[in-house]
Design a protein around this ligand. Structure first.
Ligand code: ZN
Ligand code: ZN
Length: 272
C-alpha cells in the first residue's frame, strides 16, 4: 500500500520526526510514502510560517532512503496551498527543487481561512459551498503546477461553522461544477487524491467520498492517489484499506504512484 499524503516536522503543524513516520509506515504495511510538507505562501491570520527549508528536507529524505533501502520507497513531495497572489512564487519553488510528487490544495478561499472559521462569517451553508467550489474551479484552471488536487470537499471538515454537517448537504447540486473541475484536471494530465483526514476529524468519510470518485472515474479520470494526511504517527497508514475499497467500488482497477512527477499505474489486486 502507498500513503501519499504525510506531514512531518518540516510542516508547521506537525511534530512528527520523518524517521518515526517511516517506522510506522513499515509497521502498517506501507511500501511507499510521500512526505508532502506544507507550502502556503499566503495564509492570513496564522501563527505559523507555512514554508520549509528544502535543502534540509532533501538531506533528511536522502538519509532515510539509505536507512530504509529495499523496504520503503520515500518520495520528495510537497502540498502547495494555492492562491492567486502566490502562483508565481509557488511555481518557482517547485521548479527550482526536485520533487517526485506535488499536491495542489485549497486551504484559503477568497483570502479567508476555512480552518479558523473566518471564511464562514456572514455566509450560510449554500453560499459557503457555492463559493468554495467556484474558487477551487478557478484555482485548478489557473494554476497547473501540481499532480493531484488535494482533499476536494475539504470544506466538509468545517461545516459546524454554519451549524451544519456534511451529511446534511445535497452534494448532487455541485456535480456540475465538480465535473468541470475534473475535466480540467483530466485534460491536463492531473488527477485527484482520496484524502483520509475525514477519519481524524470524526466525519467517517473520505475527501472526496464515493459519489465524487465515481464521477471522476466516469469522466475518464485515471490518475488517483490515496493519502492519510497524517500529522502524527497514529494516522500514518491508517484507514488506507477504506481508501482502496472506495477506489474499487468506483470501478478503478489501478492506483497511481509517482516518480519524478510522472505517474506510474499499479493493478490494485496485485497489491494485496
Ligand atoms: Zn491540506
Ligand atoms: Zn496535508
Amino acid at each position: 500500500m502507498f500513503d501519499y499524503h504525510v506531514h512531518t516536522d518540516f510542516s508547521a503543524d506537525s511534530k512528527m520526526p520523518m524517521e518515526k513516520a517511516c517506522e510506522t509506515a513499515l509497521e502498517m504495511g506501507v511500501r511507499e510514502i510521500a512526505f508532502t510538507e506544507h507550502l502556503d505562501y499566503f495564509y492570513p491570520n496564522s501563527e505559523f510560517i507555512w514554508e520549509f527549508d528544502y535543502i534540509q528536507y532533501a538531506q533528511r529524505v536522502d538519509a532515510l532512503r539509505k536507512q530504509f533501502e529495499h523496504k520503503l520507497t520515500i518520495l520528495k513531495a510537497v502540498e502547495v496551498g494555492m492562491h492567486p497572489s502566490t502562483y508565481k512564487r509557488s511555481k518557482k519553488f517547485t521548479d527550482d527543487h526536485e520533487f517526485d510528487f506535488i499536491i495542489g490544495s485549497v486551504h484559503i478561499v477568497e483570502d479567508l481561512d476555512l480552518h479558523n472559521g473566518d471564511y464562514f462569517k456572514g455566509k450560510n451553508l449554500k453560499d459557503s459551498l457555492e463559493t468554495y467550489f467556484k474558487i477551487v474551479h478557478n484555482y485548478v484552471k489557473d494554476y497547473q503546477d501540481f499532480n493531484v488536487l488535494g482533499h476536494l470537499t475539504l470544506i466538509k471538515r468545517y461545516l459546524h461553522f454554519v451549524k451544519s454537517s456534511w451529511n446534511q448537504v445535497e452534494w448532487e447540486h455541485y456535480f456540475d461544477i465538480v465535473e468541470e473541475i475534473f475535466k480540467i484536471l483530466i485534460e491536463s494530465g492531473r488527477g485527484i487524491e482520496i484524502n483520509l483526514s475525514g477519519f481524524r476529524y470524526r466525519l467517517d468519510c473520505t475527501l472526496p467520498n464515493l459519489p465524487f470518485v465515481k464521477l471522476y472515474k466516469d469522466l475518464g479520470g485515471e490518475i488517483i492517489t490515496i493519502g492519510t494526511d497524517a500529522h502524527t504517527k497514529h494516522f500514518v497508514g491508517n484507514h488506507l484499506d477504506t481508501g482502496y475499497g472506495i477506489l474499487k467500488e468506483a470501478g478503478f482497477e489501478y492506483i497511481t504512484t509517482f516518480k519524478e512527477r510522472k505517474p506510474v499505474f499499479h493493478k490494485i489486486d496485485s497489491l494485496f
